[in-house]
Design a protein. Structure first.
Length: 332
């Protein structure tokens, strides 16, 4: 059977809810389906995903594929690639969309190799070329300094999409058809066994509404405590928040790599990003282009971070932070 269409590979949270990236992919997926005259299909993968599949059917897709198996519990990438590949061969979509998330980044390159098709990662905009129907893939290049638009002939037209690049689609009242799909997978396909982490640190920078980010200017790891106090205050107002950092802090072992923002770290899109003692190198700034408001505190008025900041304080952060915190105490 071949359905074609635009296929969104959705994601589910640890709690079994639909992840926001799924709704963001459905939003751009709908636009692409309309401009290419194709159906919009969303697939969910996992074990015990019935509730999420029922729910996602209300978000504007033409059909939902529920790909369920106990082997899809957790993320064993070998098995997942086989499952997505199996569904791809069933549907043969013209366009295949995944999130630029940990899951998407694990699966997409392997799948692209298997399907022998070019993959464009980290797209921030997508359109269909009216002349030849091919996907126009926009993504930041050269450390985020410019945007590039790419186009390839091969099918499927395969991309991963940056989180928060598109507004999530709203829930509707109409429910589409849900089609169960039995993936042809078995244990022998597992080449790399996963082992449980002894202590797992969950840092959800990509979902944080406020990020207080530390740079080399904080001078000592003990000073992270001061930034954490600021974050705790801001979390009285924002629903979620995290500590972020520039790369030198990870290199020095002050914070773990999931905290790193930038080209080789996380791409973030909070409501508010406060950069403290961060110079604003292009590799760092590449990660914060999606932030709604950027506040920078830096003792050097020449620091490049001020070129992209909405608000800036030139001064020693040790002096600025107490005043900032005191004001927040008064108003929050
Ligand atoms: P610095 O550049 O040393 O800046 C420290 C700042 O703190 C200065 O501006 C200084 O004026 C200020 N300061 C000092 N004391 C105080 C004080 N008391 N109060 C207030 N301000 C003060 N970097 C990333 O962050 N993320 C990435 O993903 C990343 N990827 C990279 C990939 C590649 C291939 C390469 C080559 C580099 C990458 N980097 C990345 C590193 C990047 O180039 C910069 O070196 C790094 O971002 C600098 O970090 P920083 O701003 O904390 O430190």
């Amino acid at each position: 059977m071949s359905v074609n269409g635009v296929l969104v590979c959705g994601e589910i949270t640890r709690e079994g809810d639909i992840d926001s990236i799924t709704l963001e992919l459905l939003s751009i997926g709908r636009r692409l389906a309309e401009s290419s005259g194709e159906k919009l299909i969303v697939a969910l993968f996992g074990d015990g995903i019935g509730k999420a599949a029922e729910e996602v059917a209300y978000y504007g897709a033409d059909m939902v594929y529920k790909v369920e198996s106990p082997l899809l519990e957790g993320l064993n990438v070998d098995i997942w690639v086989e499952a997505v590949d199996g569904l791809y061969r069933e549907i043969q979509p013209k366009i295949l969309l995944m999130g630029q998330t940990a899951t998407g980044m694990d699966i997409a390159p392997r799948l692209a190799f298997k399907l022998n098709t070019p993959l464009t990662t980290d797209c921030t905009d997508l359109n269909v070329d009216a002349e030849d129907g091919l996907l126009l893939r926009t993504k930041p290049v050269y450390g985020g300094n410019v945007s590039g638009v790419f186009k390839y002939q091969e099918e499927p037209q395969f991309v991963t999409v940056r989180t928060k690049a598109f507004e999530p689609v709203e829930r509707g009242s109409a429910k589409c058809e849900i089609i169960p799909f039995n993936p042809d997978i078995d244990r022998s396909m597992i080449k790399v066994e996963s082992i449980e982490r002894v202590k797992e640190e969950v840092v959800e920078l990509d979902k944080a509404e406020v990020i207080v980010a530390a740079g080399r200017g904080i001078e000592e790891p003990e000073n992270l405590e001061k930034l954490q106090e600021l974050l705790d205050l801001l979390k009285r107002y924002f629903d979620s928040g995290e500590i972020g950092c520039s790369r030198p802090l990870v290199d020095q072992g002050w914070l773990s790599s999931p905290h790193q923002v930038g080209l080789t770290g996380q791409k973030v899109a909070p409501q508010l990003y406060i950069a403290i003692g961060i110079s604003g190198a292009s590799q760092h700034v590449a990660g914060i282009s999606g932030a709604k408001k950027v506040v920078a505190i830096n003792k050097s008025s020449e620091a490049p971070i001020f070129k992209i900041a909405d608000y800036g304080v030139v001064g020693e952060y040790e002096e600025t932070l107490p005043a900032f915190k005191q004001k927040l105490e008064e108003i929050l």
